[in-house]
Design a protein around this ligand. Structure first.
Ligand SMILES: C[S@@+](CC[C@H](N)C(=O)[O-])C[C@H]1O[C@@H](n2cnc3c(N)ncnc32)[C@H](O)[C@@H]1O
Length: 175
């Protein structure tokens, strides 16, 4: 059974970083999440994603402007486990077996500043190594670990283009 995984990005930005937000969206979409909540992003990010869906399929959604606390409360109400990614959390390798048993998840990643309450409201605080790195990398690894690699085999419905994998060059066909 395919899991229902949503992503939440918490934290106000100091400078415009739509490239990071776009990459968070693309990684979430490609690696099996169904939507992402962005507290603080430009509408361009949504436009980019709609174009990616039209070309490459699926119906991944970016939801802008929802306060993090409401997203977490609603996720809990509908029985999702809330997994906050932070270098201070428990190592992913120690909790991944429990996370694989869950079918509905909200994965929370931070920006420059994560409110302390997020650590308390999460069901799990999870580290991908206890070293500082990137929310995009941490998210990709956790999505991969939780789905045990199944997300790599997924196909996206109603795409305009489709890639024919090849050892060299680019082969793309129209559907
Ligand atoms: C610029 S980093 C801030 C690093 C922060 N001190 C922390 O708590 O992980 C932004 C986000 O990347 C993610 N992140 C960075 N390093 C991580 C790690 N080792 N494990 C899990 N998530 C990480 C977290 O979601 C964090 O909020």
């Amino acid at each position: 059974m395919q899991k229902s995984i949503r992503v939440l990005r918490v934290g106000q930005r100091y400078v415009r970083d739509d490239r990071t937000l776009t990459h968070l969206c693309l990684v979430s979409r490609a690696l099996g999440a169904e939507s992402i909540y962005l507290e603080d992003a430009e509408k361009d990010v949504v436009g980019t994603l709609e174009e990616v869906n039209r070309t490459w399929g699926g119906d991944f959604k970016a939801v802008l402007g929802s306060p993090w606390r409401r997203v977490i409360q609603e996720a809990k109400k509908e029985g999702r486990k809330v997994v906050h990614l932070t270098m201070y959390g428990l190592p992913i390798q120690e909790v991944v077996e429990d996370l694989r048993k869950e079918n509905r998840l909200l994965i929370v990643v931070g920006g420059p500043k994560v409110p302390g309450k997020v650590y308390h409201e999460a069901d799990y605080n999870v580290a991908v190594t206890p070293q500082p790195h990137s929310e995009i990398a941490a998210l990709a690894i956790v999505l991969h670990e939780i789905q045990n690699g199944e997300e790599l085999k997924r196909t996206f419905q109603k795409s305009r283009l489709r890639i024919l994998p090849s050892a060299r060059g680019k082969r793309v066909v129209e559907n």
